[in-house]
Design a protein around this ligand. Structure first.
Ligand SMILES: NC(=O)N[C@@H](CC(=O)O)C(=O)O
Ligand SMILES: [Zn+2]
Ligand SMILES: [Zn+2]
Length: 430
């Protein structure tokens, strides 16, 4: 029997410090003072205790691009970022569109053991948007897939999307849509607006996202299915979501840390580290997304952690791949954009980083209350901590962080997965 005593943490940053006794992975006692002889003590004075974070949108690149990230290195990055569960996107090589690939990802995640790795299954064969993949087989596989996505590509054909919603409804699963009408983004390189026009970059208009989100909300309501919208990037999408939710559509949505903080003024340097899909939008879009997240119109934060090799980023803008690292910087960016301006308190951070994503994905043992009898799956955060981001120092193999050299607030001091420390003082457990 293993016991761990977390000494002096403040759950959700509320009230005075408490001791949390963890026995065999479960919270056994929460009280002002707990004495446990022989227990390992984790000094958590000054730290905020939160439920471990759940990322609905991570690219781990295994199988196929292990030169940029593996399930092991990505799991380390996740643990260091306070995550205890991640959803590994299906756009690997081979694509995770069948039971063999999703079971490989699931097993490898368990072997590494630092974070619960849940494979996302592709909606269509080869992400081609034509024929539905074997959703039922993936759902019934050992991986128990409950989130399906062609992320990187939009399920653009409305009939294919309708059928996908019908199947996932029957499987009690959810489609996570990368909302991008492909006919409106042919050759697109950056947000269609002033900044892109000045630089002569072909534009990716907000309406390419908004039109698909509106269509899919209508389809989901018609079918009675659930829909999840990936990486919401525009004010107009938030408006569509608000409308759809008000009329009872079963839709949820995520926003990335980079769309909360950054905007297309970053384009001027022509540095492809800022190239991402959907593109960085305007400052007023970012402000609207922060408000929508605070309001609950956007349900949660997801990283869209997208590692890329140096040769795919250190090149001309149009040749560079879109995507940014996100796992280790997500909490600090949420602190900067949401907590510091008073848009969210720590209870709200627990909601958008852990509880809502766990609910959306149907995870029964993540995003749980910090209470007796619950799994000790926790992130311990130092709200006064400061650190300077260095891509080369991150646990990912790739180094494409847009926050290079920035000093960020909020450090994850320890992450616990069912009572076992997976990261501590900036070091992953293995
Ligand atoms: N976000 C990105 O810019 N890139 C993602 C794909 C995606 O999320 O659409 C990737 O796989 O690299
Ligand atoms: Zn995407
Ligand atoms: Zn993605």
């Amino acid at each position: 029997m293993s016991t761990l005593l977390i000494r002096g943490a403040r759950p959700y940053g509320e009230g005075g410090p408490v001791d949390i006794l963890v026995r065999d992975g479960v919270i056994a006692e929460v009280a002002g003072r707990v004495d446990a002889d022989g227990a390992e003590v984790l000094d958590a004075g000054g730290l905020v205790a939160l439920p471990g974070f759940v990322d609905l949108h991570t690219h781990l690149r295994e199988p196929g691009r292990e030169d940029t990230e593996t399930i092991e290195t990505g799991s380390r990055a996740a643990a260091l970022g306070g995550y205890t569960a991640v959803f590994a996107m299906a756009n690997t090589d081979p694509v995770a569109d069948n039971a063999v690939v999703v079971e490989h990802v699931w097993r490898r995640g368990r072997e590494v053991g630092l974070v619960d790795v849940h494979p996302v299954g592709a909606v269509t064969v080869g992400l081609r948007g034509e024929r539905l993949a074997e959703l039922g087989t993936m759902a019934r596989s050992a991986a128990g897939v409950r989130v399906f996505s062609d992320d990187g590509h939009c399920v653009a054909d409305p009939l294919v999307m309708r059928r996908a919603l019908e199947y996932t409804k029957a499987l009690d699963a959810v489609v996570a849509q990368h909302a991008e009408e492909p006919r409106l983004t042919v050759g697109a390189q950056a947000h269609e607006g002033e900044a892109a026009a000045r630089l002569g970059l072909a534009g990716w208009p907000a309406v390419a996202e908004e039109s698909i989100v509106a269509r899919d909300c209508l389809l989901a309501r018609h079918v009675g299915a659930r829909l999840h919208v990936c990486h919401v990037s525009t004010e107009g999408t938030a408006d569509v979501l608000r409308w759809a939710k008000a009329r009872g559509t079963r839709v949820s949505a995520e926003v990335t840390p980079h769309h909360l903080l950054l905007d297309d003024s970053r384009l001027s340097g022509y540095d492809p580290v800022n190239k991402v899909n959907p593109p960085l939008r305007t400052g007023s879009d970012a402000a609207a997304l922060r408000a929508a997240l605070a309001e609950g119109v956007v349900d949660c934060v997801a990283t869209d952690h997208a590692p890329h090799a140096a040769q795919d980023k250190d090149c001309e803008w149009s040749a560079a791949r879109p995507g940014m690292l996100g796992l280790q910087t997500a909490l600090p960016i949420v602190v900067r954009t949401m907590v510091e301006p008073g848009l969210l308190d720590w209870r709200g951070v627990a909601r958008v980083m852990s509880e809502r994503p766990a609910e959306i994905a149907g995870l029964p043992d993540q995003g749980r209350p910090i209470a007796v009898g619950e799994p000790a799956t926790l992130a311990l955060v130092d709200p006064a901590g400061r650190w300077t981001v260095r891509g080369a120092d991150l646990a990912s193999i790739a180094a494409n962080t847009p926050y290079e050299g920035m000093e960020l607030p909020g450090t994850v001091v320890a992450t616990l997965l069912r009572g076992t420390p997976t990261a501590r003082d900036g070091k992953a457990a293995s």
